[in-house]
Design a protein around this ligand. Structure first.
Ligand SMILES: C[S@@+](CC[C@H](N)C(=O)[O-])C[C@H]1O[C@@H](n2cnc3c(N)ncnc32)[C@H](O)[C@@H]1O
Length: 360
């Protein structure tokens, strides 16, 4: 392996064969396109108890954040954009956190993967596990214990009212008004500037928009593109990244790297501040701003979580940040430690006169 890669800004990044070994494969190859919606475009197998529990946990993080922000879970109409298996919107409906719930996806796989009846059965199974006092379950990646302990599967009572709809459609074709719009782990599929404009048009005045999203700037992001130094995908421009593979890891299929990189569709690779600035421009004002960081040394995506990188590999987040600042100065050091953002906004529409002035 070469000793260093020189960026288009003339910065030398030292290459480290040991780090390359720790993070393993250079790019995700789990399916030809790695798009799980394509894998499940026709039919999806029922969601396992373990997978359901993870999805339930992700939903609970949003419910908890809303409660902490003083926003009651008693909505009239909720829209979930890019629902996939639709665990979160189905739980929202079964729990009666919103009277009507619309789950929306380009593909129908949430219809066969999970039904409202299955949600009730899964919640009952998890309640039974919790009540049994079992604390040592081993599930996927040994993480069951943690997932089961942190959730309360019995409260509140399950009394759905209203309507549950799984719509197979493109969000940009949708019309209507909702008082809560959520999107879980899906924003990486969109240019957020185009999506937020649409979300704002679908949200009633006073309505809430929440989302969780993978942070591009974590050492290994959703692309799972890795190199022989941490943050390689993030600390290089797209052109430099492809040149890095040609020069330093020629066995890697550069076209595949490019297609995975481009699949994550937001050209801005937004930070929390970028999301907030776009939201505010669309009358969506921040009410929840959370960063999720990894407090355990082991990290599902990055193998080694950022706090341990310096000790175990000698690499510094500040070196990566200096490279990133050459082309995106607004990224902060905490973005490099953040695996997910959880953000929430309230729509406060401007008076009609001011909208007219803006459009004039
Ligand atoms: C990563 S999955 C997330 C699934 C689910 N929210 C979860 O947390 O498990 C992203 C989903 O967004 C959907 N999607 C992407 N673009 C969309 C669009 N324009 N309209 C509706 N759904 C879309 C995809 O089909 C995919 O199922």
């Amino acid at each position: 392996m070469k000793a260093a890669f020189t960026t288009c800004f003339d910065d030398a990044i030292a290459l480290d064969a040991q780090y390359r070994e720790i993070v393993g494969k250079p790019v995700r190859t789990d399916s030809p396109t790695h798009l799980y919606e394509v894998q499940y475009a026709t039919a999806a197998p029922p969601l396992t108890l373990g997978a359901f529990s993870y999805k339930h946990y992700e939903g609970c993080m949003i419910y908890d954040a809303l409660r902490r922000a003083g926003i009651g879970l008693g909505f009239e109409s909720m829209l979930d954009i890019g629902s996939g298996f639709a665990a979160m919107p189905r739980i929202t409906w079964v729990r009666n956190y919103s009277r009507d719930v619309t789950a929306l996806d380009l593909y129908p796989y949430g219809v066969s993967a999970l039904t409202n009846g299955m949600v009730r059965r899964r919640l009952a199974q998890l309640a039974a596990i919790q009540a049994s006092g079992v604390r040592n379950l081993r599930g996927p990646m040994g993480k069951w214990e943690w997932v089961v302990e942190r959730q309360n599967f019995r409260m509140p009572p399950l009394q759905p009212s209203g309507r549950f709809d799984y719509k197979v459609a493109n969000v940009f074709e949708l019309e209507g008004q909702y008082d809560w719009i959520n999107s879980s782990l899906t924003l990486t599929h969109f240019d957020h500037k185009i999506l937020f404009d649409k979300v704002s048009s679908l949200l009633a005045d006073g309505g809430i928009f929440t989302f969780t999203v993978e942070c591009w700037w974590y050492p290994v992001n959703s692309t799972q593109i890795t190199g022989a130094a941490p943050w390689m995908c993030q600390r290089l421009t797209r052109d430099d990244l492809l040149r890095y593979f040609k020069e330093c890891e020629p066995e890697v299929d550069v076209d595949h790297v490019a297609s995975v990189y481009d699949y994550y569709a937001d050209p801005e690779h937004p930070t929390a501040s970028d999301y907030i600035a776009t939201a505010v421009a669309n009358d969506l004002h921040p009410v929840i701003v959370e960063r999720h960081m990894n407090a355990r040394s082991w990290s599902k995506r990055a193998s080694l979580a950022p706090p341990w990188l310096r000790r175990d590999t000698g690499h510094s987040a500040l070196d990566a940040l200096a490279n990133i600042h050459r082309f995106k100065p607004s990224v902060t050091v905490e973005d490099l430690y953040t695996s997910h953002y959880l953000l929430g906004f309230r729509k406060v529409a401007r008076p009609a006169a001011s909208v007219a002035a803006r459009n004039a």
